[in-house]
Design a protein around this ligand. Sequence first.
Ligand SMILES: Cc1ncc(COP(=O)(O)O)c(C=O)c1O
Length: 394
Amino acid sequence: MSSNIPAVLGGKPTFDQMISIVRPVLPSFDHLKLEVSGILNGGMVTKGRHLRAFEDAVAQHLKIKHAIAVSSCTTGLMLTYQGLGLAGDVVVPSFTFMATVSALVWAGLRPVYADVDRGTTNLDPAAAEAAITPQTSAIVAVHNFGNPADIEALQAVANRHGLKLIFDAAHGFGALYRGRPVGAQGDAHVYSLSPTKLLITGEGGIVATNEDELAERVRIGREYGNDGHYDSVFAGFNARMPEFNALLGLHSLKMLEDAACRRNEVVDIYHEQLGRLPGIGFQVVKNGNRCSYKDFSITMEPEAFGLNRDELAQALAAENIDTRKYYQPPVHRQTAYAHYTNGQPLPETEWLSNHSLSLPIWSHMSDEVALGICATVSRIHEHCRAVQKALVTA
Ligand SMILES: Cc1ncc(COP(=O)(O)O)c(C=O)c1O
């Protein structure tokens, strides 16, 4: 490690190699090799016993009736929106990953953006209620970065207006709502199992629901809409999860609790160290809940910190520390989705989009790496004036 001078001012970078924003933690080949060779020797590479075992294990973990494995969270969302028979408008946050909204558009629905709460970064139930029109059929909320949404208040809004409630739980494995895994609430939860998540199948998703009819439609939908009679019941597509991926998921599930606990320990370090610096804010996790910390995001007040979010990101890149600006631009400012805006201002979404910075986190990050990142942020803050000047002239 490093001189006391930030790298943008000519010091040695804190890290010799890039500290990436995420590193997937995977089971070792030794743990899988017998079953992998079983799949290869048996020739059953899809729709086999590992898929069924994985779905059963996930259903048990979530304490849910149906856990249906699909090819991705995006296809799971598309099948869920379709399976619930939604029509017209759907209230959705814009402060989310694009797939929450792209799946709505693919299902023939119109996104109506509602603002989020600045602290939790999740859909604000009052804003969601204000966005409801006679055309609204559902609310989609996100457990953003793995922070459980305000489920009770959102369910009350949905009940008052007779709407479906779906959770984009892409970041949800490892998150606890009132001490239990998120999943049983609303009409459905839809998870991602891609490599940036805590539970990984390579690519993949889970639709979790207690509703038999929806589960049946998602199962048929992931098979082209074919219920086995080759007379399509509705237009589906291929959204199946292969056996290798299900096997990986089964082993990854055993590592989930450790992953969530370790990420929370790393976040304790971030909070303790970065909380000493002016102008840095953290996502608010409500008492009794646990965030999965699929991402760890800070907010930055430039006047207090001495640098804005973009300047800090640039200064950290020079130190070999990777960051992300989740989510900039927010969905309602993206080329494909901007025309859905109804002119309703989204001040909290805009603020978060301009002030948030995600720092590296992964499920086996060492204390040393976390402390090194914090010390670097602190050093950059101490030299903020010179750093700013150097960035302007660079
Ligand atoms: C909030 C959210 N929804 C949906 C998705 C899409 O997930 P997938 O890549 O499994 O389709 C992601 C991806 O990270 C996401 O962050």
